[in-house]
Design a protein around this ligand. Structure first.
Ligand code: MEV
Length: 392
């Protein structure tokens, strides 16, 4: 009862302040999902699929609850539910960084791989205004036409529309993220790529892949300040890459002869890449020589890591990842939960483990030459989410 009243109240507020569209559809879908008995673990998925289906009705919600409950595997990232394949949607890939996060911002090499968790987006015509809807995150707002009046979370999508000359068109942009937010898995770049591709498709813009990547990079600059460009590049091309920023950037697709078994585990602590990049920058500004030497050491590890991947020497790869983690500690971008995950992974058979992405929270990766099951089990027993992936 209280939740229902609170929802009505916020719907009235949204009506009063932002007009009838804003906040309405997501709220309605949430009420319908509640009425259909969606449990907390599958609630966001049910809301998302209801909106995607275009039929926000209790019978539909019950069908979705039944379907999603069968698929759900607790402890797996994304609840173990099959990623949504929204009809007509376009995608951007998520990513993990194996070596070189942060130092890549300072012109050193990094290695990144796409993860199957992708973000999807699609565009529909609507009567007026630009509406951005992310059901899973309860986000639904009308974009302000004047960019100086946009709130920070509106800015990346707003910038894309401005650059494409579309901000006076009426549309609803729906975004379906399968990458958890702020978990170091490239969600913001994947979202940008998915939105750009959906706009390209809907308005028949004929964008090349290079242009998609370039626009996503511009969007990352709005979101992060000083991105290296690695996240948008993997989100666009979906390949395992050796990357170094520059004019032009080095983007070498890697051919890894044998599959490398990895575990991705999430700390559950949300962290903003922008904040961590800014923290490293201010430390670097205070002591450039010291930090440049750390970046050089990470660069050398990255190139050795590349060789270990190509030689399928997973013990050595793990050792190099552990040392990279030591240097990320030197940059002070780890946190208590990440360290716990790393220790659990190492104690349960991983040859090496490190944080991935911006750090300060987010996720870790662990390389598991003898199989991933013990590591996954131990991580889930400790109350974290984990997922098995293979790269190469
Ligand atoms: C974020 O995924 C990786 C960082 O190196 C930032 C960047 O490269 O833009 C921390």
């Amino acid at each position: 009862g209280a939740v229902g009243l609170a929802q009505n109240f916020s719907a009235i507020r949204a009506l009063a302040t932002e007009g009838i569209q804003a906040g309405h559809m997501t709220l309605h879908a949430r009420s319908v999902a509640t009425a259909a008995g969606a449990s907390p673990e599958i609630f966001d998925t049910v809301v998302e699929r209801l909106i995607e289906s275009g039929t926000i009705k209790i019978w539909k919600a019950r069908e979705i609850v039944a379907d999603v409950s069968v698929q759900s595997r607790p402890g797996e990232i994304g609840g173990g539910v099959k990623p949504l394949d929204a009809e007509g949607a376009k995608a951007g890939a998520g990513k993990i960084i194996l070596f070189g996060e942060h130092s890549v911002v300072y012109g050193r090499h990094a290695i990144a791989a796409p993860v199957e968790l992708a973000v999807q987006a699609r565009v529909h015509d609507c009567e007026d205004g630009v509406h951005l809807v992310v059901p899973r995150w309860g986000v639904e707002y009308r974009l302000h036409q004047q960019h100086e009046k946009r709130r920070s979370f509106e800015k990346p999508a707003g910038m894309i529309l401005d650059k494409l000359g579309l901000n006076d068109k009426a549309m609803r942009i729906e975004v379906y993220p399968n990458v958890p937010r702020a978990m170091g898995l490239g969600g913001s770049a994947a979202t940008a790529v998915a939105i750009i591709r959906a706009l390209d498709d809907h308005f028949d813009l004929g964008l090349t892949e290079e242009r998609v990547n370039q626009l996503a990079f511009e969007s990352e600059k709005v979101a992060h300040g000083h991105p290296s460009g690695i996240d948008n590049t993997v989100a666009t091309f979906g390949q395992t890459l050796l990357y170094r920023k520059g004019e032009p950037s080095l983007m070498e697709e890697l051919h890894i002869p044998h599959k490398i078994p990895l575990v991705i585990a999430m700390s559950g602590v949300e962290s903003l890449t922008a904040k961590m990049v800014a923290r490293v920058r201010s430390a670097w500004e205070r002591n450039r020589d010291l930090y440049e030497r750390i970046f050089d050491q990470i660069d050398a590890l990255t190139l050795q890591g590349l060789k270990a991947m190509q030689d399928n020497d997973l013990q050595h790869l793990g050792e190099l990842m552990n040392i990279n983690q030591g240097l990320l500690n030197a940059l002070q971008v780890s946190c208590w939960e990440l360290e716990e995950l790393i220790q659990i992974a190492r104690e349960n058979g991983a040859a090496g483990a490190k944080l991935t992405g911006g750090g300060g929270g987010g996720s870790i990766i662990a390389v598991c030459p003898d199989g991933t099951s013990n590591v996954v089990k131990a991580i889930r027993e400790a109350g974290y989410q984990a997922m098995e992936v293979e790269i190469g």
